[in-house]
Design a binder for this molecule. Structure first.
Ligand code: GLU
Length: 469
């Protein structure tokens, strides 16, 4: 059973789906799902100069990655021109709209005159009753605005916002070239799609009275509005490229999990007690527009990273292995030099120490390389003649053990440590450099066991050869 709650997310395909847009989309989507309503995707592509097919595809790809499915759409405004035409004709015949033959120069001059008198610069109504006299001149269509009174937007978040009608222009709804204008299309679409709630960024608040005038002229009830606060960077400036990645697909590239990004973005302005980690179902169950924060949200990349790590910690092992495999292949490394079971072990070791999938893949690289590159600084510090004696002893112990399990590897280490009266660090760190190339890795016993006997001994031998050169 669906309710009559209907919302839309309406990106323009003039750029990528960015973080702010994704959050608006999520608020719409979760609001619809909470109310068993309908979530619609509408692409606003009437700006022919700036809209591209690449961005259209990229927006859909971003939603696919996020795993957000829309109940209706994608609709495209460019396919809906007949609808706008029809609405314009209706307004013309009811007298709510009029043909305007004023030239751009004349309109500019009107504005200048108003400005000179200290009034709001706007169209002065010249053509409201004039058109019939000059039928052969090119014209645009304007909507007759009320000269007095107020247009009140009762916003769920911003409260009552009052616009003086005397400030509103007779706005153009169809240009001289026949193209319907932005605010007109938005209102006509929202009416046609029976949108019950318009949830969008508060950068659109100033468009709202113009759209409300279209509703009134078409004698339609206005939807409810909720204008959500912006996302700011830590410098309190509107979030943009300057603050790092701002497109959703960039987060995919950087190894974020869609669930983590969704969780983070929804929590950016919405809360439910002090819970931080929410499944999609939990958000659906608890989402309410009234709980949205009215003040601007500050984007915190460290918190997003923390959340991502939490999601990686509890991610499905199969998913992590698939991600690892894909990442390795991209770098030209064949994942199947180690069995899937071993790769499951590797991701289990790395999941607690990786903030992103990229980190995890980076951390796993050495398992899959044939000849690892040693970090020079670490090698000259740890691969010394002193340590090489210990490593050689360990090598021989490792060669003797039965199953190459982490327990057996550990016992081998302890035999050497006891015999030579050295602490674990003295032995583990050189071995780590020898088999991973650097000084940071999961536990040494687990690492050796996962790498397997052959590859471990081969790397130890290579390191010993290097010291004895
Ligand atoms: N197309 C607008 C944008 O991309 C959104 C318009 C709306 O939600 O009404 O910002």
């Amino acid at each position: 059973m669906t309710s009559d709650i209907r919302v839309r997310f309406a990106p323009s395909n003039t750029g990528h789906l960015h973080i702010g847009g994704a959050r608006t989309a999520l608020f719409n989507w979760f609001f619809a799902k909470h109310h068993a309503g309908t979530a619609i995707l509408r692409i606003e592509d009437t700006d022919r100069q700036r809209s591209t097919e690449e961005y259209y595809d990229a927006i859909l790809e971003a939603f696919e990655w996020l795993g957000l499915e829309w109940d209706e759409g994608p609709y495209r405004q460019s396919n809906r021109m007949d609808l706008y035409q029809e609405a314009a004709e209706k307004l013309l015949s009811s007298g709510a709209a009029f043909r305007c033959t004023c030239t751009p120069e004349e309109v500019n001059a009107m504005r200048e005159r108003a400005r000179a008198k200290g009034k709001t610069p706007k169209y002065d109504g010249t053509c409201r009753d004039r058109y019939e006299k000059e039928p052969n001149v090119p014209f645009c269509l304007r909507l007759r605005a009320a000269d007095t009174g107020e247009t009140i937007v009762d916003d769920i978040l911003a409260g009552e916002v009052v616009f003086e009608n005397s400030q509103l222009d007779d706005m153009v709804i169809v240009r001289t070239d026949g193209m319907p204008t932005y605010n007109f299309c938005v209102a006509v679409d929202d009416i046609d799609m029976r949108i019950s709630h318009v949830i969008r960024g508060n950068d659109h608040l100033s468009n709202t009275p113009k759209q409300v005038l279209v509703y009134q002229a078409l004698q339609e009830a206005t939807p409810k509005f909720a204008h959500i606060s912006m996302i700011l960077g830590s410098d309190k400036k509107r979030l943009s490229k300057r603050h790092g990645a701002d497109s959703v697909l960039e987060y995919k590239e950087r190894g974020f999990l869609p669930e983590a990004l969704i969780n983070y973005l929804v929590r950016l302005g919405w809360s439910h007690g002090d819970q931080e980690i929410f499944s999609k179902d939990e958000i659906i169950a608890n989402f309410a527009l009234e709980n949205l924060n009215r003040s601007a949200a500050i984007f915190n990349p460290e918190k997003l990273l923390w959340l991502n790590q939490e999601y990686i910690k509890s991610a499905d092992g199969g998913f992590l292995v698939d991600s690892l495999d894909a990442g390795l292949r991209k770098q030209g490394l064949p994942p199947d030099v180690l069995s899937r079971k071993t790769r499951e072990g590797i991701v289990d070791e790395l999941r607690t120490r990786s903030s992103t999938l990229v980190d995890m893949i980076e951390g796993a690289r050495f398992f899959f390389e044939d000849d690892i590159e040693l970090d020079e600084k670490a090698a000259s510090k740890f691969l010394t003649s002193e340590s090489s004696e210990l490593m050689l002893k360990l090598r021989n112990e490792l060669n003797k053990i039965d199953a190459f399990s982490s327990e057996n590897v550990k016992s081998a280490f302890h035999r050497v440590m006891d015999e030579e009266a050295v602490k674990l660090g003295k032995l583990a760190q050189p071995v780590r450099v020898a088999i991973t190339g650097g000084t940071i890795s999961p536990g040494i016993f687990e690492t050796l066991s996962l790498l397997g006997r052959d590859r471990s001994l081969y790397r130890l031998d290579a390191a010993l050869g290097r010291v004895n050169q």
